[in-house]
Design a protein around this ligand. Structure first.
Ligand code: GLN
Length: 441
């Protein structure tokens, strides 16, 4: 069945909420089975790929990223590219060079980030599935803030060929949608080994019928630092799960508190090397004045076109890997990462999943974000970072509402066991009624 695409309605939605940084302007003649969007850091033929950055203005890749190619081959029509924080650097999608997406439930609030436009599109467009990317929580966070389902697969499950890298040891392509059946339908489409991305090549076959049984674990460390509304809503959700027959144990995972600092060392270290290529010679916009020293040329290009957060991360990451600091920061962060992985694997010995709220607060207003310091913003990710740092698959499901705003819970499963998360999503969907934003009623 060819779904009807109403370009005018999409345009109106985009004027009000800005999920897209680029959209199709006419519906092509050929048949398609479904529509989808892609985060702006995934390369797609026919569109610019700017990863939310001014430095990539005008870059038109002549090829499709593997997940996009697979979605198209399955009959998908790519509607457009979605707004995001520059290169994925952010938690609210406010660090974008091409428009800031507004929350579907309240346009004075943020969508979350960095896949904010993707979650916004998934919440507002009928029957829409969005390709998102997560490095440290960029699928879970906006899904929670926008009241939709976000699936981040195991690191290596989905090929990253054609993805504009943030942190190569962390980046994962995943799905955002209003419906769990879409996640179940499209995860097998985008998954699978791809010789163009070696990290995808040693995965076991995706078997969604493989479902783990057993109690769920809630780390007590994840219950600290929450706003009272999130704490209460999460508590009620746990109660509902228990009433439905799921056992839930509170456990302790003391190393989780080191996840946030370790992540920001590793992610910025990797980002700072990845961004080195945008010097205006090989990649990146550049002025055409070549008769100057190359240092001046590079500095001018990079100073003018990178946003403040990208510059902050280049400085932080370069510092962390400098001779003399490497052992103190980078290597230490790597060992913290190993410790956290081990702690998860220990918990999985007698638990099926680890459960927590997704974000410690509801989607903040834009004026609240404007007065946040960088460390406050980084700290907001303390619940989404641990599964990302350890490459574990996770899902964010809407679990309640406060002041009309959605609140999400996040379940984490062992490596390669996405089926357990989808099973939870299906069971949860039969007991909990998701709300749709007024804007699409
Ligand atoms: N908020 C985190 C960061 O800024 C995660 C973003 C992401 O996953 N791309 O790094």
């Amino acid at each position: 069945m060819t779904p009807k695409v109403d370009i005018e309605a999409m345009r109106r939605t985009n004027e009000r909420f800005e999920p897209f940084c680029e959209m199709i302007s006419v519906v092509p003649d050929e048949d398609h089975e479904f529509t989808f969007s892609a985060k702006d850091n995934l390369c797609a033929k026919g569109f610019q790929a700017r990863a939310g950055s001014r430095i990539l203005e005008g870059y038109r890749p002549p090829f499709d990223a593997t997940p996009i190619w697979k979605m198209r081959a399955a009959g998908g029509l790519l509607l457009g590219k979605t707004n995001m924080d520059e290169f994925g650097f952010g938690t609210f999608s406010t660090n974008s060079g091409y428009g800031i997406p507004k929350n579907p439930f309240d346009p004075t609030r943020a969508c979350g980030g960095s896949s904010g436009g993707a979650a916004c599109a998934a919440a507002l467009l009928p029957g829409h599935v969005a390709l998102g990317v997560s490095t440290g929580g960029s699928i879970s966070c906006p899904s929670s803030f926008c009241g939709v389902i976000g699936m981040t697969p195991t690191y290596g499950r989905v090929s990253r060929y054609g993805l504009i890298d943030y942190g190569n040891s962390l980046d994962k392509v995943g799905l955002i949608s209003r419906s769990i059946s879409d996640i179940e339908r499209f995860l097998p489409v985008i998954s699978g080994s791809d010789p163009k991305d070696p990290t995808s090549c040693c995965q076991p076959r995706l078997d969604l019928s493989k479902v783990r049984k057993g109690p769920m674990a809630v780390p007590k460390e994840c219950l600290e630092g929450l706003t009272p509304d999130v704490a209460r809503t999460f508590d009620d959700a746990v109660q509902t799960l228990k009433e439905g027959g799921t056992e839930v144990d509170v456990v302790s995972m003391p190393s989780l508190k080191y996840a946030m600092p370790a992540y920001y060392v590793l992610a910025t270290t990797e980002a700072s090397t990845n961004l080195a290529r945008y010097c205006g010679m090989r990649f990146g916009v550049a002025e055409r004045e070549y008769a100057q020293h190359f240092n001046d040329f590079f500095s001018k290009t990079r100073s003018e076109s990178f946003g403040d957060e990208a510059k902050r991360r280049i400085l932080l990451g370069t510092f962390c890997r400098m001779v003399g600091f490497r052992d103190k920061y980078y290597l230490k962060a790597l060992s913290v990462r190993q410790g956290i992985t081990k702690e998860y694997l220990d918990v999985f010995k007698d638990h099926s999943m680890v459960l927590s709220p997704t974000m410690p607060f509801i989607a903040p207003k834009f004026d609240e974000i404007a007065s946040m310091r960088p460390l406050e913003m980084y700290s907001a990710d303390f619940l989404t970072i641990p599964p990302n740092l350890t490459g574990l698959p996770h899902i964010s499901l809407p679990c309640g509402y406060h002041s009309g705003m959605p609140i999400g819970m996040q379940a984490v499963a062992p490596h390669w066991e996405e089926g357990t998360l989808i099973d939870l999503g299906k069971r949860w969907g039969t007991t909990f009624a998701y709300k749709v934003p007024e804007a699409c009623q």
